[in-house]
Each structure stands twice: as structure tokens, then as C-alpha cells.
Design a protein around this ligand. Sequence first.
Ligand SMILES: [Zn+2]
Length: 190
Amino acid sequence: MQAEEDRRRKDCLTPTLSASQVLLLNASYEPMQIISWQKALILWCQNKVDIVDYHNVFARSVRSSFQIPSILRLKHYVKPRSLGAIRFCRENVFMRDNYTCQYCGDRHSPRHLTLDHIIPASKKGPKSWTNMVTACRDCNQRKANRTPQTANMPLLKEPTIPTWLPRPEMDVNNNQVPIAWLPYLPLKIS
Ligand SMILES: [Zn+2]
């Protein structure tokens, strides 16, 4: 069924726009995601968004053509990641801890971070939001099979169960960002 729908969409629109991406803003104008122009058209057809700006590009079907939006804004505010319980997983623990080692306070990219059991697994410490923290490799190794107390490595803060997570930083490259997007993006662009 989905394949059938996809095929129909392909028949309908020329696929020459695969590079066009659309910035999706929350109702509050905060950037949320970069989405494909196909997803943008779906959201627009569902009446969920207003179009803020356009690309100078058109998608053509047999009967008509659509100017591809460059920026969309949700009609209703969506609290970032507030829907339902937040899944316990490595990436989400890193995000809760702001990619910061909870022992030394250094910030690292995910591939240089580890998950540390506060009460070690060997001492029956559970794999849970309140027993797992982000740790750099060095601290994880130094702490080894000990509690923070016995290792004399106090935590920066008590870990909690998050009720929401910030959106992951959007992967945007400065040279490829349409000028129209710039007022909406955080200054930190790689
Ligand atoms: Zn560390």
C-alpha cells in the first residue's frame, strides 16, 4: 500500500528536486528539523503548516506545478520530544547530560563518550536513568568497578528521569544553508 502510494507520488512529481530541503519551524519560530520537500508537501496538504518562504524551485505534475517551500511553520506548537515517556538508550542519556562527562565536566562527541553505571553492574546497579550517566573514557576507566564515593569522583549532578529532551543539533553546513533560513537558525552552525 505504502509502495503504491510512493509510486504514485513519484509519477506525479518530477524527482529532480531531491536536493531541496525544507526548514521546519515550531509555531514559536524555533527551528525543529530539516525535512525533505516531499515531507513538506505532505504536511502542507494535511494543513499542519504555514509556508513562510519558498525555494526558487518548482515540482511539476501533469496538471500543475508547485513552488517548493523553503521554510514551513507548524500551526500548533509542539513541545520538543514531549510526547510520551522518553526511551532509555545511550544517545538519550548523552543528550540528557548535554554530552558532558558527569565526573570531569568535559564535553565530547558521542563516539568519545561512554555510559557509566554509578553503582557498578557487578554490585547489581541497574541499567536505568538514575543509575547511568555520561562519562568520558578516561573517567570511566579511572572509576572502574567502584561507586563515586569509593572512587572519590563525585557526580556533577544527580541524574534524573528526563521529561523532555532538547532537539539534537541540526546537521547543517554553512555553505549550503539558504540565506532565508539564517534568521531562524542558532548561531552555532558547523
Ligand atoms: Zn571525564
